[in-house]
Design a protein around this ligand. Sequence first.
Ligand code: ZN
Length: 415
Amino acid sequence: MNLPLNRKRPVAELKELRALTGDANGAQRVAFTPVWLKAREFLRQKTEGLPLEIHNDAAGNTWFTLRGASEKSLLIGGHMDSVPDGGWLDGCLNVLAGVEILRRINTQYSGKPPVTVRLVDWCDEEGARFGKSLFGSSACSGNLDMNEARGLVDKQGIKLPDALKNVGIDFERVKESGKELKNAAAYLELHIEQGPVLLDLGLPLGAVLGTFGVERHAITFHGQAAHSGSTPMNRRKDAFLAAAKMSPEIYQIAARSGNGVCTIGSCLTKPGIVTSVVEECRITLDQRHLDPAKLATMLAEAKSASEKFAREGNVKVSWERLWQIASRPFNDELIALCDDAIRETCGQSHRLPSGPLHDAAEVASAGVPTVMMFVQSLHGISHNKIEDTKEEHLELCVTAFDKLAEKAMQWIARG
Ligand SMILES: [Zn+2]
């Protein structure tokens, strides 16, 4: 039997890329740096010999297009950039698996698949240098906040528009990249899970339901500073006591929500000395859920709990929203195809939401039917040189993702 897909080849290429662009501390493919340009050049070399049209769009995303019988396009995406000292799989696994799929489709359909197939290497997914992730995909989706982005500065004081100019991108025109989505009929993204869910279930692959909506708030409790020796316990207005009660509470709130998560990531006390009752305590709360109604409930429950604890402690509480983003549910039919592809490859699938944001969330928000496939992460760790996935699982994900691409292509052709 002729099997044009070589599931081992992307793994070998990932190792090659690691040797070329990593060092003892991990991957160094930070966007807009010479190493990133080297990684992108490596990617272009890997597509040589395929009848692809290749161009960079106005936001610096690279598109590799295999023209099909129909203009309707299947998009496969990933990102070659990494965080500093990053892992060897995050982002580039998706891209190199995509290259292998292009090779298979090109061979199987003698250069003319039923629909157009396009691989995209998004520009600066990680936002490692300017602190804002999903640059290229949010420019393409139209969500990029131009005023905010115009003012972004790196640690050396270089502005984003100037860094972009250095790599040939005109900042004021980046949203013109949106025209790339014109004939997009489906978007697929493979990614390492970056968490422990599939590892704990003992499953190699999962179908992703969407990316979490996020509510991020600062909660400040206002009490009264008082001498730690002379103030009886029953006379205190202890801002920390009220804040501390939030800690076990958010675990209850998350548990009631189903599969939401809540995190208190920071706690600041004033005056913050060992001999004073806390006058002011500011904590941050990060809440995430796939279901917008459940996210709203989690937020409302946290608010009412904070008010209750404030009343109990005779202190006051105020809330300030730091950031929010809506959840981005993926396409039901594509999720089902993803499940099928996984089951055909390794017997069992699992559906899970994504905590981290991905370029796929941007594409979904632009109205393109989208799904992601996750492959198990060892240690549940990413953005770290210890990020890893078993080689047999990497090979499985290439096979399953290829099956999904074929199913999605047929789905587009039918539609
Ligand atoms: Zn990534």
